[in-house]
Ligand binder design. Structure first.
Ligand code: NAD
Length: 513
């Protein structure tokens, strides 16, 4: 049962998709995919709007973003409704990960903007400090293309758009074809917040629309999605020599030491794997547990997994919602079925919840799995909890590092020093001690993956500046340059003597190092 299907093209020639709710399989109507010409027209409109937007002061742009935050808050229920309809996620997942996260990130980046986007003076090092002064100007790049996935369809569109706009860029975004309205609503909210025409446009469309955006001569692409598409996007950006960030998939490991708080770790293993139906880039995909507590840990996770409530329509009064997309359901089923066929033990779940009409998969606890199986190597992106016993921390770290991904991970121990030492040995973009999947929610910290999990980072100070060209402007303190032709032996010797003074003479070294 496909969540979106291509139907005959519209009279104007645009591709059309019919959509269904993954929770109920009811029709959600149809969308038209933006064509290459639509994308080009949107980029042209964004380009025309950009100079006036960039000419506003940082404070004025901050005020617009705070108005946007107010609109999101006023429309929280409506936004949750759109998200729950298209994804089948529980109301609470929608409220926390889409609405709250958007408000929190806008708040953070508005505070940051003033600090990191305002032109600044920098002192110059060495001898030039006596004659020159330097200022750094944070100039917007121009038009930024944002391409987002379906698992956090509003927040993963809104977050890069807000950052790019604060920095003075205009944006053309494209949400996933699985959840197009969750992304498109951002443009509506921007209108309601009074943003000028053309500053934020959100197109609906499929991979072809995304491909057209990467070819549309935008000035940067912020991409969130899978590794395979990320590589295609990177190739298109390299071809055009434009900057890009790639926030890609993960295979996060959780390492549970013998001295961990067992109850907390057990809850985290379940929630970390099942939250947002496991469609969470920082979701827990592998759990490594010290042999001393392994059996108790497994028993407790299984008991909790069996108590999870699933299957109310449209995500109400339930813990674990629908799988958002039939393609993802097929991947989840393939990974679990492969593990079963190779002899894994299924302690809970293990097959699709056939009692429900929608796309539901229960929390599934697996043991006796091998590291080279798909369920331990590839991103499953579902409510699947493979638990593996380890004898030593070295073994746990080696296994945790043993995939092509490197997004996030967690370490569980009551000894923080030990936890940090283990964290530093993990080949991941970030790590949490005694918590799971935290890092995307902490905008103060740069967030991004290593290895195949991505390139560049979103969040932190560098994030807003990533939407700028930093233009250094140097000028003279006392007029213009006195140096230049004619060269002579005398001027050469003078330079030699001066360097001797700078780096050999004790007084010179006081000034010049
Ligand atoms: P996807 O790569 O299939 O699609 C992502 C977006 O790219 C969609 O909008 C899609 O239409 C578009 N697209 C498809 N082909 C394209 C092309 N050739 N050129 C340009 N755009 C194209 O990914 P998905 O299945 O939508 O998302 C799930 C993935 O996203 C998972 O791997 C997940 O881990 C990852 N993700 C990462 C983060 C992070 O911050 N690291 C956050 C959320 C999701």
């Amino acid at each position: 049962m496909a969540i979106f299907e291509r139907i005959e093209d519209a009279a104007c020639g645009r591709r059309r998709l019919s959509l269904k709710s993954p929770a109920t399989l009811e029709s959600l109507g149809e969308i038209e995919c933006a064509s290459k010409e639509d994308v080009e027209a949107a980029v042209a409109k964004a380009r025309a709007a950009q100079p006036a937007w960039a000419a506003l002061s940082v404070e004025e742009r901050i005020n617009y973003m705070l108005k946007l935050r107010a609109v999101i808050l006023n429309n929280a229920e409506r936004l949750v409704d759109v998200v729950v309809k298209e994804t089948g996620k529980p109301l609470q997942d929608a409220m926390i990960f889409e609405v709250y996260a958007a408000c929190d990130f806008i708040t953070y980046f508005c505070r940051q903007a003033k600090k990191v986007l305002t032109e600044e003076r920098r002192s110059i090092h060495g001898v030039l400090r006596f004659t020159k002064k330097l200022r750094l100007v944070y100039k917007p790049l121009g038009v930024v293309g944002v391409i987002s996935p379906w698992n956090g369809p509003f927040i993963l569109t809104a977050n890069p758009c807000v950052q790019a706009m604060l920095a003075g860029n205009t944006v053309v975004a494209k949400g996933s074809e699985v959840t197009p309205r969750c992304a498109a609503i951002l443009e509506e909210f921007c209108h309601e917040a009074g943003l000028p025409e053309g500053v934020c446009q959100v197109l609906m469309g499929d991979g072809e629309t995304g491909g057209a955006l990467t070819q549309s001569k935008v000035d940067k692409i912020s991409f969130t999605g899978s590794v395979d598409t990320g590589k295609r996007v990177a190739a298109a950006c390299i071809e055009q020599l434009i900057p890009y960030t790639l926030e890609l998939g993960g295979k996060d490991a959780m390492i549970v030491c013998a001295d961990a708080n067992l109850e907390e770790a057990v809850h985290a293993a379940l929630w970390g794997s099942c939250v947002n139906t496991g469609h969470f880039c920082c979701g827990t995909e592998r759990v490594y547990v010290d042999e001393a507590i392994y059996d108790t840990f497994c028993d407790k996770v299984v008991a909790l997994a069996k108590a999870v409530r699933q299957g109310q329509q449209h995500g109400k009064d339930e813990d674990l919602g629908a799988v958002f997309w039939d393609r993802q359901l097929a991947i989840i089923e393939a990974h679990v079925d492969d593990a079963k066929a190779r002899g894994a033990k299924i302690l809970a779940g293990g097959e699709r919840n056939k009692d429900l009409p929608g796309l539901y998969y229960p929390p599934t606890v697996l043991t006796d799995v091998q590291e080279d199986w798909d369920v331990m190597q590839k991103e499953t992106f579902g409510p699947i909890i493979p638990i593996v016993k380890f004898k030593s921390i070295d073994e746990a770290i080696e296994k945790a590092n043993g995939t092509s991904y490197g997004l996030h991970g967690s370490v569980w121990t009551k000894d923080e020093t030990k936890g940090i030492a283990i964290a530093k040995r993990l080949d991941t973009g970030s790590v949490a001690i005694n918590d799971i999947g935290m890092m995307y929610g902490v905008p103060t910290a740069p967030f991004g993956g290593v290895k195949e999990s991505g390139f560049g980072s979103i969040h932190g100070e560098s994030s807003l500046r990533g939407y700028c060209h930093v233009q250094p402007i140097i000028s003279g303190k006392y007029g213009g340059s006195q140096t230049g032709y004619p060269y002579s032996e005398k001027s050469y010797k003078r330079m030699e003597q001066f360097m001797g003074f700078m780096y050999k003479n004790p007084i010179g070294r006081l000034f010049f190092g």
